[in-house]
Structures are given as structure tokens and as C-alpha cells.
Design a protein around this ligand. Structure first.
Ligand code: AGP
Length: 608
């Protein structure tokens, strides 16, 4: 997965592209490059292995002045990270240049065919074939040539193409990878994500799969791959440019942790009505909900841990079997799915390849698919009968934080709405839940305040060789998510375990260098959890507990405690995860890690 950006208009394109690439680095950052048509009409290309800062350095200040260009930040799939494999890629004539996010699955056949016809391909990438296919098809109209090339491609792509001889025109296309068009005042842009262009325009077109966008300054014509003009709506991005900035925090992750109270408020805005939860997005499918006999949640990573909470609630409130399955398992070993199955696909980006494939499969088998995503216009929304948005604003740090808590909150609201629709819960039960949800943003704020001591606590644990996280019931997904956070950003090994499993194996890992992190918030299984905590303590492990304010017992038992406010169990995961996020953040900072762009990771995994 990669980030791409393109610009045509009166501004100096180079700085616009570099700015966009910096905002897209969360999508990949093993190499970066730009191409510009300079004022003298030359095609200028600079590309380097490494982050955008390396490219900037190679440019030695400002790139040549230009009114059009495209840029790319890469996360390697085909071809190792290197200057040569960095995008943009050009054709034999050096006039056509391409940036690409995705995978051209039939690139080997295309490459052989092109070489046989005398083309010179120099990189190891799948992308380079696109430049040469456009070269072959070019007869004076770039959009026509791109459409012809696209008809030869299999796989996934978001592409931007530029021809030196049409120096105000950019052509973009998407299939199974994100791409948006921005229409400004006398200028047009293309990007993987609104964050890259929101500083220049808020008017965007979310391209659909198969769309080709033909851009000139201030205009965009969208067609299909055969050239039929399509009517695509222009949406207004509600985010300010500042929302995509760090807002004074040293890292996006810390900023996004602090944004959680606000994100929770936004997430619930318009959805808590009086004493009920109402998700308007479900209105078109309400009749179909009445046939539901089973619920399957599908997701990856953090979204999967959020889905565990959703599964527990659907099962409890709806009284039907419900489970969460990792999407990469679901897609190859699917359970029976038919019109009686509600399938909830949870994905922050809406572009995760496995989740999309699993949702598509479920839809093909007749399941009723609901997407829970943060990204309007993302691919998952096209695989679903209804989409419920997190409304959390952009999340830039690779490690998900505010999208985890808003995923959990959204799943709680979804389970509540569906169970009311099916007459499975009393109005009074719903009123109690709504009251608790209304208090949640303030409680999240309180959880952040209570975690003030986290930097000091983290400093004491930063020398650990690894961690064992445990939890029970709604504390278990929090433990899993806490362990994932520390793995992702501190590069320390961590296990997340159902606390009752500790003595069935992992307890042998416990020793002073492997502390136990116990989610020990107030719950129906609190005493059981305390027994597990004591098992760890007896093995000389240091114990960091996440506990409910006012718990006087825990201070005597744990080495350190991070406190959270009291909340009903269904909401406890959201509050318990906040100190765990901050703990992971401060351990990573103490260890000098690159918190926002941890090694080997990318924000959204758009390839399998
Ligand atoms: C979370 O910190 C990770 N970056 C990762 O596990 C992520 O949650 C996963 O890749 C799923 O992404 P999605 O929500 O965009 O589908």
C-alpha cells in the first residue's frame, strides 16, 4: 500500500506534492518520489529510497517550479525498497510517468509481452508495465490511452498518470484501492486520502471502482474504462486542515489518544435520541434485520479486538449466536452464511483487503452486510448493504487509538439498535445504556487525566524484555489491544491472554523481566481476575493493574496501578484501553521508537 498525490493548477506543484506526501506517509514510507513538468516543458523526476525527508534532502531545497506533478510514498510489495523501484515510473520515451498504489496481478505476462515488443523495463515493480501500456496506447489523448491500458490490467490499483506533452492534464483511476479527486478554485488534485489535499480544497469526489478521472485545473470528468461519462457527486470534507495536523503534540498517536473524548462525542452525535439509540443508516435494511438468526463480525487487527466486544453484546442482547472472526481466516474458511446471517465488517480505513474480500464473500452468499468504518466512500461501503461511520475524524498514526474506542462505541450502538428493532431488550435497559453512553466522553477525559503518572510508570517498565497482558470478559479485548499497541510501537514482545488461560502455559514466561499487565476493572469477574493477578505476583513478576477508581484492594496487590472511572461492563473496554494506549506510547518514547511510523507497518493493509 502506498500514498499518491497529484496536482494541476496555478500553484507551484512541488511543495504541494511534498506536503501531501508527508501527510500520506502513514500509508507507507520506504521510498518516495515526485515527477513534475517544469516551466521549460521538461519532465523532472526525483525518487529515493527512504522517507519523504530523504527525498526532500535529495531535492536540495525546492524542486523546479512547475504547475503540474504527481508524487508517491511507497510500501513495497513487488520489488524491494530502492531508488530504482521507487515511484514514479516512466515509459521508454521518458514522456509518460505513473504512480500506483495496489498490485497489478498479471504484471509478469504484461511485462514479457512488452519486452518482446521491444520495451525497456528497468525496475522490479509491477507498476512500470502501466507506463509502457499507456505509451503503446497513446495517440494524443492521455485519458484514452490510460483507459486502454486499464482494460489490460488485473488486480488492484489507484493510479495517477502524467504526459509531458499535455502539461495541464492528470489522469487518475481506481480499482480496489482508494483515490479521491479534489476540485479547487482553478486547480485540481488527486490523492489516496483527503488529509493530503484538505489544505487546498474541501470539495472532493470519491471515485468508485472502475472510475477514470480526467483532470485539468479546476475541472474533472469521470468516466468508466470505456469512456462513458459518469455522474459522480462532489462531497464536502468536514475536516479542517488542522484536524490532520499534530495539534501541538509530539506525535499523532498522542494527539489522537487525547482526541478520544471528542471522537466519542462525534461518534454518538445524532445517534442517541431521548432514551434510545437510533442509527439512521439502518433504515433501508430494517425489514431484513427481522430474519437474523446469527451474527458474524469480520475484521483485522485492532478492529478485530473491537469486534470481540460487538460479538459478546450481539449474543447477549439479541440472544442469537454471534462471533468475531479474523477476516483473513473467514475468507478462506467461511462459516455458513445466508440471508439469516448478519455480517458486520469492521474496518477503520475501509480499505483492508482481507476484510473487503470477506465481506464480499458474505454478500455473495446472501448475508446482510453492514460496514462499520471511519472512511466515507471507502471500498467496504460498496460491499455492504448499509454503512455506519465512526465519525472519528482522520487517524494518522499507524497505531489505531481513537478508531478503536469509536469502533467499540459504534458496535455497542449497533447491537443496541438491532436488538431494540427485534424487540429483544426493554426500553428501560436501553435507557440505562444511553445514559452510560452519554457519560462516556467525559469519562474518557477523566481516564486521560487519571493517567497523568503514565510517563513515570512507563519509564519503570521500559527495560522489560516482554509483557503478559491479561483480562477477562470485556477486559479481555482491552488486554489484547493493549498488547498489540506495545508490540506495534515499542517492538517489545507482548502476549494478550484470557486471564484464566495464564496457568495453562504462558505463566512460565513470568519473571521480573516479563511484567504482568492486568485489566482489573470492576466487573462480575473481578475476583477471578485478582486470583490470576496473584498467580503472577507469586512468580516474581511486576504487576501493572488497570483498575477502577476507588478500588482500595488493588493498590496492596499490584506494583503499579493506572486508574479509570467506573462504567458499566459493556463500556469498560473503552475506558480500560486508554491507559494501556498511553502506557504503550510512553514505553515506546522511552525506548526511542518511531511512534507514528513503526517499522514494517503501514496504516491500512490494502493487499492480502
Ligand atoms: C492497529 O493499531 C493496526 N494498525 C492494525 O491492526 C489495524 O487495526 C488493522 O490493520 C485493520 O485496519 P482497518 O481497521 O483499517 O481495517
Amino acid at each position: 500500500m502506498c500514498g499518491i498525490v497529484g496536482y494541476t493548477g496555478p500553484r507551484d506543484a512541488g511543495p504541494v506534492l511534498l506536503d501531501g506526501l508527508r501527510r500520506l506517509e502513514y500509508r507507507g514510507y520506504d521510498s518516495a518520489g515526485i515527477a513534475l513538468v517544469t516551466e521549460s516543458g521538461d519532465l523532472f523526476v526525483e525518487k529515493r529510497a527512504g522517507k519523504v525527508a530523504v527525498l526532500q534532502e535529495a531535492l536540495g531545497g525546492d524542486p523546479p517550479r512547475a504547475g503540474i506533478g504527481l508524487g508517491h510514498t511507497r510500501w513495497a510489495t513487488h520489488g524491494r525498497p530502492s531508488d530504482l523501484n521507487a515511484h514514479p515510473h516512466s515509459d521508454c520515451t521518458g514522456r509518460i510517468t505513473v504512480v500506483h498504489n495496489g498490485i497489478v496481478e498479471n504484471f509478469r505476462e504484461l511485462r514479457d509481452e512488452l519486452v518482446e515488443r521491444g520495451h525497456k523495463l528497468t525496475s522490479e515493480t509491477d507498476t512500470e508495465v502501466v507506463a509502457h501500456l499507456v505509451e503503446d496506447a497513446y495517440e494524443g489523448d492521455l485519458a484514452d490511452a490510460v483507459r486502454a491500458a486499464l482494460r489490460r490490467l488485473e488486480g488492484a490499483y489507484a493510479l495517477v498518470v502524467l504526459h509531458r506533452d499535455e502539461p495541464d492534464r492528470l489522469v487518475g483511476a481506481r480499482l480496489n484501492a482508494p483515490l479521491i479527486v479534489g476540485i479547487g478554485d482553478g486547480e485540481s488534485l488527486l490523492a489516496s486520502d483527503p488529509a493530503a489535499i484538505v489544505a487546498y480544497t474541501k470539495r472532493v469526489i470519491f471515485l468508485a471502482d472502475g472510475d477514470v478521472a480526467d483532470l485539468r485545473p479546476g475541472t474533472a470528468i469521470v468516466t468508466d474504462r470505456n469512456g462513458t461519462v459518469l455522474d459522480r457527486p462532489v462531497d464536502i470534507i468536514p475536516w479542517s486542515a488542522e484536524a490532520a495536523e499534530k495539534g501541538g503534540y509530539p506525535h499523532f498517536m498522542l494527539k489522537e489518544i487525547h482526541e478520544q473524548p471528542e471522537a466519542l462525542t462525534a461518534c454518538m452525535t445524532g445517534r442517541l435520541r431521548g432514551e434510545s439509540v437510533c442509527l439512521e443508516e439502518l433504515d433501508p435494511i430494517r425489514a431484513r434485520l427481522h430474519a437474523i438468526e446469527r451474527v458474524e463480525l469480520i475484521a483485522c487487527g485492532t478492529a478485530y479486538y473491537a469486534s470481540l466486544v460487538g460479538a459478546a453484546l450481539f449474543e447477549d442482547w439479541l440472544g442469537v449466536p454471534a462471533r468475531a472472526t479474523v477476516a483473513s481466516e473467514f475468507r478462506y474458511s467461511p462459516p455458513p452464511v445466508d440471508a439469516r446471517t448478519l455480517v458486520v465488517a469492521v474496518t477503520q480505513s475501509g480499505e483492508t483487503a482481507d476484510t473487503i474480500a470477506a465481506a464480499r464473500l458474505a454478500g455473495e452468499r446472501g448475508g446482510l452486510v453492514i460496514a462499520v468504518t471511519n472512511t466515507v466512500g471507502s471500498a467496504i461501503t460498496r460491499e455492504s448493504h448499509a454503512s455506519v461511520f465512526l465519525q472519528a475524524g482522520p487517524e494518522v498514526a499507524v497505531a489505531a487509538t481513537k478508531t478503536f474506542v469509536t469502533q467499540v462505541a459504534t458496535l455497542i450502538m449497533l447491537a443496541a439498535d438491532v436488538s431494540r428493532e427485534l424487540g429483544k431488550r426493554t426500553l428501560q435497559e436501553e435507557a440505562v445504556l444511553v445514559d452510560a453512553l452519554r457519560r462516556l466522553p467525559k469519562q474518557a477525559e477523566r481516564a486521560i487525566e487519571l493517567a497523568e503518572s503514565t510517563p513515570d510508570v512507563a519509564a519503570r517498565y521500559a527495560d522489560a524484555a516482554g509483557f503478559m497482558y491479561i483480562g477477562r470478559a470485556f477486559g479481555y479485548p482491552a488486554a489484547l489491544e493493549g498488547a498489540l499497541k506495545i508490540k506495534e510501537i515499542s517492538y517489545l514482545h507482548a502476549e494478550g491472554y484470557a486471564a484464566g488461560e495464564l496457568k495453562h502455559g504462558p505463566i512460565s514466561l513470568l519473571e521480573p523481566s516479563c511484567p504482568l499487565v492486568a485489566v482489573a476493572t470492576r466487573s462480575s469477574v473481578y475476583e477471578k481476575l485478582i486470583s490470576n493477578l496473584m498467580e503472577g505476583k507469586a512468580r516474581d513478576a511486576r504487576v501493572l493493574a488497570i483498575a477502577t477508581e476507588g478500588d482500595t484492594q488493588i493498590e496492596r496487590l499490584a506494583t503499579d496501578v493506572l486508574w479509570v472511572p467506573d462504567a458499566p461492563e459493556a463500556l469498560a473496554t473503552i475506558l480500560a484501553v486508554i491507559p494501556l494506549q498511553l502506557f504503550a506510547y510512553h514505553v515506546a518514547v522511552a525506548r526511542g521508537r518511531d511512534v507514528d511510523q513503526p517499522r514494517n507497518l503501514a496504516k491500512s493493509v490494502t493487499v492480502e
